[in-house]
Structures are given as structure tokens and as C-alpha cells.
Design a protein around this ligand. Sequence first.
Ligand code: F6R
Length: 593
Amino acid sequence: MLIAGLTGLEYRGYDSAGIATIFEDAFQVRKASGRLCNLEEELHKHPVSGHVGIGHTRWATHGKPSVVNCHPHCDHSGRVAVVHNGIIENYLELKEMLMRQGIVFRTETDTEVVAQLLGYYDQGDMLATLQKVLPMLQGSFALGILSLREPEKIFAVRLGCPLIVGSADGASYLGSDVSALLEYTRDMFILEDLEIAVLQEKGIAFYHPDGTPLEKKSLHISWSASAAQKDGFDHFMLKEIYEQPQVLLSTLKHYVEEETFTFRWDTLPFTKEQALNLERITIVACGTAYHAGMMGKAMIERLARIKVEADIASEYRYSETMSGEGETLIAVSQSGETADTIAALRKAKERGHRVIALTNVIGSSVARESDAVMYTLAGPEIAVASTKAYSTQVLLFAVLAVALAQLRGQITAQESADYLRELFSIPGKVDAILDCRPQVEAFARQQISCKDIFFIGRQMDYYTSLEAALKLKEISYLHSEAYAAGELKHGTIALIDDSTLVVAIATQEKIIEKTMSNVQEVVARGATILLVTSHPELDGAGIAERWLVPQGRDLFLPMLTMVYMQLFAYYMALQKGCDIDKPRNLAKSVTVE
Ligand code: F6R
């Protein structure tokens, strides 16, 4: 069961794994570095018993990936075992304090400090011990704790990192996200910061940080367990790319009436009054979600005529940016647990801004801490590289842009309906692009020896380029860069030669000729050109390959273009033999700063 749970969380990225069970008044601990199959092998050689246990996949922060450093960690006396996500920032100070008391440390990790502290103070009542120890910890944590003095219990507590518990059929479970528990229960409890859960066979008791009992409401998760299976695809990433038509449609139908092309206003986070009073929107996010935010900026500014900034969450959280009245912050996050995005939204709240979450995970931290939420209905995204979450985020920005434009009187109800009708045509167009998969695969095969790839485009095509380059980097480890096409000649064109592949994206009518001039500049330097365009008339000299994007309004074409780019990254990674769903060094959910 522990291994199955860890398998459900494997997609989050890790470099070692371990478990501990309690059997006959002792811990049975097994660990292995590398993939979970190594731990399974270890368990075949040295099986464990018990009906109370904890498991962990570690992504190294303090101390290298190794068997010694991987969790669970036990205290000096061997009576407490701990698994931990997050970072204990004051661990050195605490470690020195404990060493002065004669405690001997075995690892380089910050987590061992938690195990040692709990062991040092515990007199047989872990709930009381937690009340003493938790205030000593600075940083972030989600902890699963076993104590030999209370062998029928598992203690769980968190600060800043997600932790979910649930019980069903005479058993209780904890996990760092819903995927690990889906097989057992859909009714889950999401722990808030410093709330303590005590899990037992008969159920779960909750406590406030001061130890007084707490009543908690469960949350029903409608995702099916099979949504987290590959369904015959070789990789989750490919499966998720193929799910896009369906998840785009279900997301759209949640916000818009298909029969009338009108909004379901109660699902949108703005009233007419709020929309009219909006002076500025800031969008914050990380990585792919940030790229979706850039699309959001373009669409909202163009349709609703509101000033929008898109900022990287890790920058925004420390910025001294000028902010004013009437400002709304939109935090975009697939997982809803990205530490920097959470910090950015907290900063915005301190500044008195209204905060709207755009997230995929019901009950996630970003959702819970925001004033209003728009969910992408993408279902669980398992591959580390985000695809369907990105498309649904961009779609939601399109929905929001049209809604705000209508509320602010920038477009009529009829124009709004025309935009929405067009949005309903997107899933079918995505399907048409997916049918071009053999062409994408064949071209990727020809590029096997390619070392540098540049993605160029202007405005929204540039934003697509940023996301295309990120996708390629993270799963194929190929060097790639995105450039605003007009900026290339200000330095970077020096890198272009006959060994470079340049992917030119040209969908935005107004600036298409400009991008094509930039294409000619790189052709002249011998680069191989892949042109991705919605304009069939663009072809000719120097263009090695052309992929056609179905026609439509410029504003919505990036949703289509990106599907080609996702497939391209996938096939480049495939032929390089990369671990596509779990790329090196990456974690799906970045819950530490
Ligand atoms: C890239 C990718 C990451 C995430 C980023 C934010 O494919 O998935 O760049 O987009 O780590 O994650 P969320 O959206 O969960 O906040």
C-alpha cells in the first residue's frame, strides 16, 4: 500500500525513496536511492510487516541524494520516525542545540532535526510534544510521524506544504496530494497550517495547534482513480496532450452556455460593478502557468482594455512594485501549491488587493487563500511537463477577457456571443492538429543531431515561443531559447548558423510580415526553418518545414499553435530516450521556495 501510494505521487519528481512500518515494537525501515523500483527490489530482499507505516519520495535539498539522507529519519533513541516535505530553515541552530545535549546526528538533512527534536522532547504523548516542538521550527513542512510509544497512530501536521488525510473502510491515510489517496477514498480532509491530525484505524482526530479538538469538514474529490492511469498511451504527457479537446470543452461548458453562447455569470469572479471599477490586473505565476498569464495579459488588454501586468511569482513576492487602488491579482497555478505563487498572493493581500485563483486543484492552498476561484477542469495532470493545464488556463483567460469586455461595455452581447462561439470551435481544431502527429514525429526524427533551437515570434507568438522553448528544455534537455523575433538582431543572431534550427511562429495577422522578415534574416545565416503559421500562403525560399494552424481569430490561435509545440517537444524527447514524464531535476509541484 505504501509503494502504491508513492507510485501515485511519483510524478512529483524525486531522487530516492523509503518507508518505515511498525512491527513488534520496532521500526522496520527500508530505503533506496533512485527510482521506486529500487526500493521495491530492496523490499523483495528484505520484506517488512506491520499495519502502520509511512513512506516518502525525496527530492534532495539539504544533503545529496543517497540512502543515508533519504526519509524516513529516526531520532537518536530510535523511537520516532519522520517523513518530511519542505525545508526547516533554522535546522543548523536546532542541530547545534541538540548536539550540545549529546544527540548524535547521522545525516546531512534538515529533516533529521525534526525527528531528533521530537524524540528528545517526547514523553509518550506526541500531541503534547508537537505543541512544544512545532513553534521551534522555521520554514515549511508537511510531516508524517510515527512513535513507538503510540504504535497505533500516525501524526500529521503541516506548515506551508500540502498535506491531505482521509479514512475509509477501517483505515486512515495521509498523502501530499489527492492522487495517492484516490484509490481508497474521495472524501478527504485538507489540513490547514499547524492543524494536527492523528490517524488511527478507526478514524482521524483533528486538533488545533494548541491541542484542543477541532471539527473538520471533508471535501469530495470527483477525479476518478483511472484519470491517473496512462490508458494505453506510452507516457502521461502524450495522454494529457490528447485529452486537450475534451478538457477544453468541459472547462468551457462550465463557464459558458453552449446553446446560447452566453456566460454562466455565477461561475465568473467579477460582477459588473467590480469589472467597471477594475483599474489594473496583475497576473502572477511560475513557469508554464506564467506563460499562460502572458497570454491572459494580451487577451484582457486587447478585449477589455484594462492594464494588465504579468509577473513571475518569485519576483513579485519581493518586488516594491507600485500598486494602487482597484487592483486585482490573478494567481495562476495548476497545482495550487507552488510556494512562490502562494507567497505572491499573500503579498497582494497585504497590499489590499482582491485575489482571484486560477487553478486546477480543488481545495489547494491557492484556491483556499483567494477571494474567488476559477477552476480549470483539466483533471489530474501527472506528467511533470504541463500541457492540458496550460491550455485550459489560456482558455480561462480567453473566457475572462470576453466576459470583462462585455461587462465593461467594450463589446456588445452579440459580439461576446461571437467570441464564445469561436471558443467552442477550439477543441475540434485541436483535434485536427493532433491528427498531424505523424508529420511532427517525422520532422522531429530529422532533427536528432540538432543542438540549438530558437523559437521566434512576436507578441502572442512570442509568448507561445517562450512556452515551446520551456517544454523542449525540460523534457528533451536540448538547449532552446525563445526570442521576440524583432529582438534577435540586437545580439543573439550572432549565435545562428547552419547548425541551428529556428522555429518561427507567425499567426498574428498585424505583424506577420515583420516576423517573416526576421525569418529571412535567419535563413540568410544558414539556419533550418520550421514555420508554424495559420497563413497557408506563407511558404517558399529557405523554409524546410511548415505546419499549418487552423484559421480563426488571432487572439485564440496560440491555443492551437501550442499543441504542435507540445507534440514537437514530446517527439524530440522520445527519440533522445529521455524520461519524458519524470524529467531529471524537476518536481511537479514546487512547494519550496
Ligand atoms: C513546466 C511546468 C512548470 C510549472 C510551474 C508552476 O511544464 O509544469 O513550469 O508550470 O512549476 O506550477 P503550478 O502551475 O503548479 O503552480
